[in-house]
Ligand binder design. Structure first.
Ligand code: NAP
Length: 315
């Protein structure tokens, strides 16, 4: 496993990050907790030290499961934990964005309790909240930092303008955007901005929710949140699967890595990217992506994959 510093922080993290959204039954169905625990154990054995979760994943469930794991194995100090806040799920039927001062202070305490820890390494604002002024958010984050409850601040799902609004009042050390071979919007503005400001980047949906593993033919039916997702239904689904099979599979085979490893290596080759987060349910998921971080791609191959995938997909 290769390790890298997040932005200007003292956090040295594995280039593959273990994502915990899969512990949200609403989005991913009920997964086996035994398998999940084995997967995280395996990930640690393979050198992964970086975990991404959120208070909202399963309305506290993901943090609770992770907290139980940390306590049982006594391994908190060996891991770098990133979590998030934003969705106020006090009433799960009526969740709403909330980055108000009081909510942040209260929710951080709740996350610490669920995670069975007394500090969060990277505390991320899950998305932009238009109703709360950035100085109010910053006041809460600054207090939490001063109290040692959080170590560094990150943001997710924001554009340059929104990051700049926060930067007027506090440091941001890490940005978590959607990024993979099929979703490249942040290359235009956010990646250059993060490079310039030395803000780390950790990518989510790095495998496009499983599409970029090459395991689908295009006729599968899903029981989870992918059931009605346009990329996982109808002609679109078939078209993307064919592109992945035609473009990525032969390259991965030639390199003797899995398609998932090639897709992640493609992400990790971008100089703005710190780590790629992968959503994991079982040990095989981690075992078959682990070599992604061994190396980066040659520039020519990176561009060739990007252009072939975009033209194949646009047809
Ligand atoms: N900040 C945000 O707003 C945000 C949003 C989304 C995600 N995230 C974070 O990013 C993480 C990853 O993103 P994601 O969950 O959207 O999707 P992802 O990592 O692109 O895909 C995860 C899915 O890919 C499949 N998979 C993973 N590894 C595999 C392997 N080696 N072989 C075959 N299939 C594999 C599994 O699907 P199957 O069900 O088919 O097995 C898994 O559920 C999340 O867990 C979360 O921590 C953050």
């Amino acid at each position: 496993m290769k390790y890298i510093q997040i932005g200007k922080t003292d956090l040295i993290v594995s280039r593959i990050c273990f994502g915990c959204w899969q512990l949200s039954p609403k989005f991913w169905g009920n997964i086996s907790l035994d398998e999940w625990n084995l997967a995280l154990k395996k990930a640690m054995e393979l050198g992964i030290n970086f975990i991404d979760t959120a208070d909202a994943y399963g309305d506290g469930f993901a943090e609770t499961v992770l907290g139980n794991f940390l306590e049982k194995l006594g391994c908190r100090k060996n891991l770098i934990i990133a979590t998030k806040f934003y969705w106020n799920f006090t009433d799960p039927q009526n969740r709403y964005p909330d980055t108000g001062y009081d909510y942040i202070i209260k929710e951080c305490e709740a996350s610490l309790k669920r995670l069975k820890t007394d500090y969060i390494d990277l505390y991320q604002i899950h998305a932009w909240d238009p109703l709360t002024k950035p100085d109010e958010v910053s006041a809460a984050m600054t207090l939490l930092k001063k109290q040692g409850k959080i170590r560094w601040v990150g943001v997710s799902n924001m554009n340059v303008h929104q990051m700049n609004m926060y930067l007027k009042y506090m440091d941001i050390e890490c940005f978590q955007p959607l990024y993979n071979i099929l979703d490249r919007d942040v290359e235009k503005q956010e990646f250059p901005f993060c490079l310039e400001k030395k803000i780390g980047v950790i990518t989510y949906s790095s495998l496009a929710r499983g599409l970029l593993t090459g395991k689908y033919k295009g006729n599968e039916k899903f029981q989870d949140s992918r059931a009605n997702h346009p990329r996982f239904t109808g002609e679109n689904f078939k078209k993307i699967c064919i592109s992945i099979n035609n473009v990525l599979m032969p390259i991965a085979e030639k390199m003797d890595i899995t398609v998932a490893e090639l897709a992640l290596r493609w992400i990790l080759t971008h100089p703005a990217v710190t780590s790629a987060i992968v959503g994991i349910k079982k040990p095989e998921h981690i075992e078959t992506v682990i070599r992604a971080a061994d190396d980066i791609l040659e520039t020519r191959l990176w561009h060739s994959i990007a252009s072939k995938m975009s033209s194949a997909y646009d047809k």
